[in-house]
Design a protein around this ligand. Sequence first.
Ligand code: CU
Length: 227
Amino acid sequence: MAYPFQLGFQDATSPIMEELLHFHDHTLMIVFLISSLVLYIISLMLTTKLTHTSTMDAQEVETIWTILPAIILILIALPSLRILYMMDEINSPSLTVKTMGHQWYWSYEYTDYEDLSFDSYMIPTQELKPGELRLLEVDNRVVLPMEVTVRMLISSEDVLHSWAVPSLGLKTDAIPGRLNQTTLMGTRPGLYYGQCSEICGSNHSFMPIVLELVPLPYFEKWSVSML
Ligand SMILES: [Cu+2]
């Protein structure tokens, strides 16, 4: 999860989020280079006496400063498209979990099991135990196996919600009457926090998401205990 006054992203927990972080750094580097060049040129223009005030055209330099930005745009667009298609890919998932947004809680259904479903409500501040996180803890966590491809199906019972977990690079709208699909693959065990990311009503801030990624044998034990 994020720590107080954090700048930048949370650590990646899935290969996709790692790709996204690399892409962010790559794009930011280009932005820094352009900004430094522009600042340098501005400072030159302010401090030096301009010459060549009668120049009417300069074909060579105009060709360069048209083609160069085009190349830079391609250098941003191609890796961006690559990740976009990777995020869209469904790599034969081993488990499917359906989540429904409600005003104002999430419910989860493990559709590979006969009867494994539960609601996930936020724990109110006055009921928190020491060390628990305000507005982020839930009564029933989503337990998922790590290093297993999981398909998440996301929809809503009432209004628009959005199921988001930043460290997995996930944010999928929960739309009534429509079933959205996304895949996730956790690379390390732990607790991963997210929040509803669509203004959905008065208790929008109070429907967090908690994923508990565990090794596969632990997940199997948990799923048996839930049946
Ligand atoms: Cu919501």
